[in-house]
Design a protein around this ligand. Structure first.
Ligand code: AMP
Length: 420
């Protein structure tokens, strides 16, 4: 193995492509910032217990995919496989829920780790932007989050995604359904593993991707038919609010998602251009999670959108984000005196907010102009001894090729006015 190779299932973000990732993160975050969500950052690892209890002992994430390890000091930790449990843990630790200002609305952006079989759209290190609204049971909050995710995707120019929506019921009606589903599953011809799963977490069997299993599930009881009145009313209101906002969705009575903590509203954003890894984002309500990790009752709702898959979705739709060139002005000094003068000028330009770069490394004119071209800069500032003796530099418009001499002291003002 080459020492220059990233670990299996990971990849590096490198310019210029990395700019797309930043833009995607920014586009997802913008509607959240605009809607009262505050930024939160939590550690990349947590006590393993948090995820075991929070995400669920019987989930693939905890049993198979978690990077769990013991430190030299004997702490049992895990790299975070998802964001919700950590964010809730942090909110509880900081007593954010006691400030009398519920819901606590938070957004985050970061790296997550799952030991999965790598393939396109499925990595061992991936990136999510997420949002959590903690401590309120209000269908408008569920609707808000779905609407904001929709807005984020649309602002990026994505069109071929669908929103799948379901309700998983609550602690009143879900156990009744769970028992009915278990009864049904016990009568099927399924392998030992699936049988075991049916006993521990029967809803997950609905999510089984295998044709042989799906065929047998045709007549399975649906949670939809078991929802209690409170859950039904709640779900109906979520649906109405999203519809009124003009956001299209599909009811998917089989949508369960891979984490144990969801109750009531669950949703997934799927993109039709991504093959088997079609879920670009997902989330839902998790009214029981706080108690599962030892906190008070705090009904909450949230989502996480995958940055990697969102970028793949953009590619699949052929959407090119309009990312402005990172450099506006490129300085090309010819000689020592010019180096000093132009270096000072680009420092000044940067201070007034103009993106500027400099031909470092004592390049000759030809090499430096090539670099100026590559930088995407709109203007080059070229100066040699003769220019400086006259108190001017050459300002070259890189698009038209037109070149004009301007006074050294006018550089900043001239570029400010030209670049608007
Ligand atoms: P989940 O927590 O599994 O619902 O994941 C939420 C979103 O994160 C998914 O819809 C994906 O976009 C993204 N995601 C989850 N796991 C991976 C992975 N292994 N590789 C890339 N993206 C992932």
């Amino acid at each position: 193995m080459s020492t220059f190779q990233a670990p299996k299932g990971t990849y590096d973000l490198i310019p210029p492509d990395s700019a797309t990732y930043l833009a995607v993160r920014e586009a997802i975050a913008a509607p959240l910032r605009n809607s009262g969500y505050g930024y939160i950052e939590t550690p990349g690892f947590e006590n393993v217990e948090l995820f075991a209890r929070g995400v669920g002992e019987s989930t693939d994430i905890v049993t198979k995919e978690m990077y769990a390890f013991e430190t030299k000091g004997g702490d049992k930790l895990a790299l975070r496989p998802e964001g919700t449990a950590s964010v809730l843990r942090a909110a509880l630790e900081a007593n954010l829920h006691k400030t009398g200002n519920l819901p606590v609305k938070l957004w985050y952006s970061g790296s997550y780790y799952r030991y999965e079989r790598p393939q396109k759209g499925r990595y061992r290190h991936f990136s999510q932007v997420g949002a959590e609204a903690i401590g309120a049971e209000d269908p408008a909050l569920d609707a808000e989050l779905i609407i904001l995710a929709d807005q984020a995707y649309r602002s990026l120019g994505l069109r071929n995604f669908r929103i799948l929506l379901n309700s998983l019921g609550d602690k009143e009606c879900r156990p009744v359904y769970r028992a009915a589903l278990q009864d049904f599953l016990r009568g099927l011809d399924i392998d030992e593993d699936t049988r075991r799963r049916a006993e521990i977490n029967p809803l997950r069997v609905l999510d089984d991707k295998r044709e042989s299993v799906q065929k047998q599930l045709t007549g399975a009881p649906l949670l939809r038919d078991y929802l209690c009145d409170a859950c039904k009313t709640y779900h109906e209101e979520v649906r109405e609010l999203i519809t009124a906002a003009g956001v299209a969705f599909e009811d998917d009575p089989k949508l369960v998602r891979g984490l144990d903590y969801y109750t009531r509203t669950t949703f997934e954003f799927v993109h039709d251009g991504l093959g088997s890894q079609s879920a670009v984002g997902g989330g839902g309500r998790y009214d029981g999670l706080s108690e599962m990790i030892g906190g008070p009752a705090l009904p909450s709702v949230g989502w996480a959108l995958g940055v990697d898959r969102t970028v793949l979705a953009l590619e699949a739709e052929g959407v090119e984000l309009d990312i402005p060139a990172s450099t506006s002005v490129y300085a090309v000094p010819l000689g020592e005196e010019a180096r000093r003068v132009l270096f000072a000028k680009i420092t000044e330009l940067r201070k007034v907010g103009i993106a500027a770069d400099f031909a470092y490394g004592g390049k000759g004119l030809k090499g430096a102009m090539k670099s100026a071209n590559r930088s995407g800069a709109r203007y080059a500032l070229v100066a040699g001894e003769r220019d400086l003796a006259e108190g001017v530099v050459q300002l070259k418009d890189m698009r038209s090729g037109e070149q004009t001499a301007i006074g050294v002291n006018e550089i900043v003002a001239e570029l400010e006015s030209r670049l608007g």
